[in-house]
Design a protein around this ligand. Structure first.
Ligand code: RP5
Length: 167
């Protein structure tokens, strides 16, 4: 399986936000890399990881970090692959992470997602949608995912009405 998505996060303490995102990758059968590397604690290794992603044919990079969250910007500075940034929760509820990632200087874009697990899931789904531009089979799987998601909302509505006696 080709690893089409490369994910880096600043610490293993970020991983709990990624469990549902990993489940999505597995559901879609997407090969991916996942590495812990830090813009501050392992700066040289971060560059090596990105170079390895490029050599391996990764199409989209996702970078997550919390606090002084410089990892996505540093990654974007060292590759022309599209970089999706995901702010992780922090002592400041992830606002510091969000601002650190979203306010890139013009010329080095990082597409920034929401804070925490929802952002991680949406970054993965967005990366899959990008890959699906050249993969009709993947595009069909996205349609099926959306249809299943809609069915699950209808089911939740049915159960809620049943619980309060409106069914
Ligand atoms: C960031 O610092 C990481 O992405 C993490 O969100 C935060 C705290 O890291 P640890 O001290 O838990 O390793 O670089």
């Amino acid at each position: 399986m080709n690893n089409k998505i490369g994910i880096v996060m600043g610490s293993d303490s970020d991983f709990p936000a990624w469990e549902k995102a990993v489940a999505i990758l597995n559901r879609f059968g997407i090969g991916y890399f996942m590495e812990v590397t830090s813009a501050h604690r392992t700066p040289q290794r971060t560059l090596e990881v990105i170079a390895e992603f490029e050599r391996s044919g990764v199409g989209v990079v996702i970078a997550a970090a919390g606090g002084a969250a410089h990892l996505p910007g540093v990654v974007a500075a060292h590759t022309t692959l599209p970089v999706l940034g995901v702010p992780m929760d922090s002592n400041l509820q992830g606002l510091d992470s969000l601002y650190s990632i979203v306010q890139m200087p013009a010329g080095i874009p990082v597409a920034t997602f929401g804070i925490g697990a929802a952002g991680a899931q949406n970054a993965v789904l967005f990366a899959i949608q990008v890959l699906a531009l050249n993969d009709p089979g993947l595009a069909s799987k996205i349609e099926e995912f959306r249809a299943e998601q809609s069915r699950s909302v209808l089911e939740k509505s049915r159960r809620l009405r049943e619980k309060i006696g409106l069914a």
